[in-house]
Ligand binder design. Structure first.
Ligand SMILES: Cc1ncc(COP(=O)(O)O)c(C=O)c1O
Length: 372
C-alpha cells in the first residue's frame, strides 16, 4: 500500500521521525540516570508503547482503565494509571488486571479511592502498588500538599492490601510555560514539595522508591532534580504544533523532538475563478481545543480555515499564491496531538511513500471491544 491510496482524512505517522524521537528520549533518560514511563494517553497504541519499552522504558503510563487493559493485554510492563478512578466497576477492572498477573500500579489522591481499592484488592487476594498522587498546583487530580498529603500517605501505608511505593507529581501547568528559563523555574518550584514528601516517606521507613513526574515540555528540566526517579513524558513521540512554540534550551522553537504525525487530506472542491479550495478535513479530523490551526506541510503560502464537521477551506496567504487542484492530496500539521489521535481508529505508519503498517489505536475505545 502506498500513501497515495489511503482514504482521507487519514492519520499518517512518519516512522523515521517517530524512531528518532523515541531514540532521543531513550538516550536522554539514560544519560541522566532516570527511568522513563512514557504516557500512552498521547498515542493509545500498543505498537508505539512496545517500541518505547524496547528502547528501555520501564513501563507505560495510562490515563484510563481501557488504556491500562489494552497495554496489559499487549504484554507491556509497569502500567501506571495516572488518573483517579472511584466507581466500583473501574476499581474492579484494575483489581482484575492485577489478579490475572498484569503488572499495574495506580496513582491515588483521595482516601475514598484508597479505601475502595484496598477493599477490592483484599477481596481478590492481591496487593496493589500505589503512588500517592500529589496536587502540586494543577488543581486537578491529587491530594493537596501538606497535612492532607501526609494523612493520605499514612492511610495508604496502613492499608493492608495496598503498598505505597512512591509519589506522582504531574505539573501540567509547567509543561507549556514559554521560555526554557521560566519553565525551569516554574517546574522546579512546583515539584519541590513532591521531593520533600518522598523524603518524608523514606524517613517513615517506607520503601518509597518512585517519584514520577514530567511532561514533554519539562523532560530535560525535571530530570535535573535529584529526587526524581522517572519521567512520564507523552507528546514527544508526535510533537504537535502547540509544543513547538514553547522554546527550548537552544532557542525560541522547541525542536528537541521532530513532528512525526500529520493528517492527510484531499482537495474535494476547487472551482475556477474562486480564491479558495475545500479539503475533506474539518472539525472531525483535528481536535479544536487549542487556538492554532492546522498548516499545510510544505505550503506556508496557504491558510486553513475550519468549515464545519467534514470540511476545511484553504486560502492563499498572499494574493496570487497558487491554489492546489481538485484531487490533490495535502498533509496537515496537528495543533494538539492527544485529542486528535482520539478521533481516529488507526495510525498509518509510513516510510517515504510506503505504508509499512496500520496500527490500531486500540485503547481509544473500551477494551476488549464491545460486541453486539
Ligand atoms: C499525568 C500526566 N502525565 C504525563 C503527561 C504527559 O504530558 P505530555 O504529553 O505533555 O508529554 C500528561 C499529559 O497530559 C499527564 O496528564
Amino acid at each position: 500500500v502506498c500513501r497515495a491510496n489511503l482514504p482521507t482524512p487519514a492519520l499518517v505517522l512518519d516512522l523515521d521521525r517517530l524512531e528518532a524521537n523515541l531514540d532521543r528520549m531513550a538516550e536522554h533518560v539514560r544519560a541522566c540516570g532516570k527511568s522513563l514511563r512514557p504516557h500512552a494517553k498521547t498515542h493509545k497504541c500498543p505498537e508505539i508503547a512496545r517500541r518505547q519499552v524496547a528502547r528501555g522504558a520501564i513501563g507505560i503510563s495510562v490515563a484510563t482503565v481501557a488504556e491500562a487493559e489494552a497495554m496489559v493485554a499487549a504484554g507491556l510492563p509497569g502500567v501506571l494509571l495516572t488518573s483517579p478512578i472511584v466507581d466500583q466497576p473501574k476499581i474492579d477492572r484494575m483489581v482484575t488486571l492485577k489478579a490475572r498477573g498484569g503488572d499495574v500500579l495506580l496513582a491515588v489522591g483521595h482516601p475514598f479511592e484508597a479505601d475502595r481499592l484496598d477493599e477490592a484488592a483484599g477481596a481478590a487476594g492481591v496487593t496493589l502498588d500505589i503512588l500517592l498522587d500529589l496536587d502540586v498546583g494543577d488543581r486537578r487530580t491529587g491530594v493537596p500538599v501538606g497535612k492532607p498529603a501526609l494523612a493520605l500517605a499514612r492511610r495508604l501505608a496502613e492499608a493492608r492490601h495496598l503498598r505505597l511505593i512512591g509519589v506522582q507529581a504531574y505539573s501540567g501547568l509547567s509543561s507549556h510555560v514559554v521560555g526554557h528559563d521560566d519553565r525551569r523555574r516554574h517546574s522546579h518550584q512546583t515539584l519541590a514539595p513532591a521531593v520533600d514528601l518522598l523524603d518524608q516517606l523514606r524517613r517513615w521507613g517506607l520503601d518509597a522508591r518512585i517519584l514520577s513526574v514530567a511532561s514533554t515540555g519539562t523532560y530535560d528540566i525535571d530530570a535535573e532534580l535529584p529526587g526524581v526517579t522517572e519521567l512520564q513524558c507523552g507528546s514527544y513521540v508526535f510533537l504537535d504544533q502547540d509544543y513547538q512554540r514553547i522554546g527550548s534550551r537552544r532557542g525560541d522553537r522547541f525542536a528537541d523532538f521532530t513532528p512525526s504525525l500529520t493528517v492527510l487530506a484531499t482537495v474535494i472542491n476547487a472551482q475556477p475563478g474562486l480564491d479558495w479550495v475545500l479539503v475533506d478535513a474539518g472539525i472531525k479530523a483535528f481536535a479544536t481545543d487549542v487556538a492554532a490551526l492546522p498548516e499545510v506541510v510544505g505550503r506556508p503560502d496557504l491558510l486553513y480555515k475550519r468549515r464545519g464537521d467534514e470540511f476545511g477551506q484553504l486560502f492563499p496567504a498572499q494574493p496570487g499564491a497558487p491554489l492546489p487542484e481538485i484531487g490533490d492530496r495535502l498533509e496537515f500539521t496537528i495543533p494538539h496531538c492527544d485529542p486528535t489521535v482520539n478521533l481516529y481508529d488507526r495510525i498509518h505508519a509510513v516510510r517515504g511513500d510506503r505504508v509499512e503498517a496500520v496500527w490500531p489505536i486500540t485503547a481509544r475505545r473500551e477494551f476488549p471491544p464491545l460486541t453486539s
